[in-house]
Design a protein around this ligand. Structure first.
Ligand code: PRT
Ligand code: MG
Length: 219
């Protein structure tokens, strides 16, 4: 049995067409069912639904053989827990966005950086943010949040945030502006190395089929 870890929402929605192109149909709709384990039409493949930030943990510790995870979540996980135990073969090119620094329209970010002031930055990506600002030599006090980072600058909790931006409409709706882009983000297929050895005959063709599916999607 092969187990694929996915998170509900955009990762699941964007992975489904790739699976389809690779000849795999998930036979139950996660939005319509409360099941956490979904069958596929292949008796040797099932999907487990976990929280986005839990996908690397499942794959690393063998709760799933492979999984799909945003680069943001993957890098944050690896910075905190080490990248060991994860084989990262494939950029799926889905769930694209970018990680950026954003601030209130009336906060002069470049001036604060130039003056070397301590900038209060709220984010759920504490490790990545710390790394980014350290590389740039910018002084920050990081504030860890678990949701709705956009609210932090509006309430005076922080001067700026590090968050994901896709269309930019969330920032706009909250009077925030992107002041720095940190990195482009897309989803990765990650694989448990032991599974890749022990279940190679079943797993390798699936990974290859997914690679072919996203190469085709990119054309
Ligand atoms: O909520 P939970 O903790 O369960 O997990 P999650 O929020 O990480 O899951 P989910 O499904 O929201 O996101 C899964 C993955 O999708 C992320 O890890 C990213 O790799 C990827 N992704 C792609 C995004 C976005 N685009 C995105 N726009 N994840 C989140 N957003 C959010 C962003 O945080 C901001 O609040 O959408 C808002 C901005 O969108 P725009 O279009 O208004 O700019
Ligand atoms: Mg979410």
């Amino acid at each position: 049995m092969l187990t694929l870890a996915l998170s509900k929402g955009r990762i699941f929605d964007d992975t489904l067409p790739l699976l389809q192109r690779a000849g795999i149909a998930v036979t139950e709709d996660p939005e319509a069912s409360r099941k956490l384990i979904l069958p596929t039409h292949r008796p040797d493949l099932r999907v487990v639904l976990v929280r986005a930030s839990d996908v690397p943990t499942y794959v690393q510790h063998g709760g799933a053989d492979f999984g799909v995870v945003g680069l943001d979540v993957l890098l944050e996980h690896s910075a905190a827990w080490g990248g060991g135990g994860l084989y990262r073969p494939l950029d799926l090119g889905i769930a694209r966005c970018r990680m950026s620094v954003a601030a209130r329209t009336d906060f002069d970010y470049p001036a604060a950086v130039r003056q070397g002031s301590r900038i209060r930055v709220a984010t759920k990506y504490v490790q990545l943010a710390r790394q980014h600002f350290a590389d740039k030599g910018v002084h920050v006090d990081l504030i860890k949040l678990y949701g709705s980072m956009e609210l932090a600058p509006l309430t005076g909790l922080a001067d700026a945030i590090v968050d994901l931006v896709s269309t930019g409409s969330t920032l706009k709706a909250n009077d925030l502006v992107e002041v720095e882009q940190i990195m482009p983000i897309s989803a990765r297929l990650i694989v448990n190395p032991a599974a890749l050895k022990l279940k190679r005959d079943a797993l390798r063709p699936l990974i290859d089929a997914l690679a072919a599916a996203c190469a085709e999607a990119a054309r």
